[in-house]
Design a binder for this molecule. Structure first.
Ligand code: 5GP
Length: 207
């Protein structure tokens, strides 16, 4: 029987900056196979320790605009003062090869993906509280007070979009949050509705 769980699914993860999406995803990738994280292109400057091609593809605005014109993005958005975009070709290839692909993107981008890929699975990551969110954003040490205030007010506004997502995971304790995301992935692969044709076909072919 064809392994129906081998079909790649697209998971979109969003949430306020500082909610801990990056930490959860990093942990998740170290714990489960067959899941790939899409590396976005961005016009923002690298933070200390960030590596080109690993965390992001860091590009100039002109190059980003050329990529838009060449329709190289699955989606792109302006977030704060910079542009971010998901390179299309690689994501589609990996899904085709049977990998699950995670996009860690902002809400505008997620809503655009929803139009293009209604079957994608949308997960919203929440901090345990706004106080904790401010502590986490401040703790990074790389942002100015203006940027922190901007991100805090944006975070409040973003909460209203949670209803557009399929799942919500509160990131209080990292491993607990990772376990929840893992459960979502397993549950999505077990859904009858998404794979019913593959299941029926494989039984038909075995007759
Ligand atoms: P940061 O600059 O903190 O790495 O990311 C800022 C925001 O941009 C985060 O909410 C992150 O999820 C979002 N982001 C990162 N890559 C992409 C992308 O390819 N597309 C969109 N729409 N948002 C992205």
């Amino acid at each position: 029987m064809e392994d129906i769980s081998s079909k790649g699914k697209l998971f979109v993860i969003s949430g306020p900056s500082g909610a801990g999406k990056g930490t959860i995803i990093k942990e998740l990738l170290s714990q489960i196979e067959d899941v790939k994280l899409s590396v976005s292109a961005t016009t923002r400057n690298p933070r200390p320790g960030e590596i080109d091609g690993v965390n992001y593809y860091f590009v100039e605005l002109g190059e980003f605009q050329k990529m838009i014109e060449a329709e190289e993005f699955l989606e792109y958005a302006r977030v704060y003062e910079n542009f971010y975009g998901t390179p299309k070709e690689k994501v589609l290839r990996q899904l085709d090869e049977g990998y699950d692909v995670i996009l860690e993107i902002d809400i505008q981008g997620a809503m655009n993906v929803k139009k293009a890929f209604p079957k994608a699975v949308f997960i919203f990551i929440l901090p345990p509280s706004m106080t904790e969110l401010r502590r986490r954003i401040t703790g990074r040490g790389s942002e100015t007070k203006e940027v922190i205030d901007l991100r805090m007010s944006k975070a409040l506004g973003e909460l209203s979009y949670m209803a557009q997502y399929d799942y919500c995971v509160v990131n209080g304790e990292v491993q607990e949050a990772v376990n929840r995301v893992k459960s979502i992935i397993v549950a999505e692969h077990s859904k009858v509705s998404s794979d019913i044709e593959a299941i029926l076909n494989s039984f038909e072919n075995e007759k």
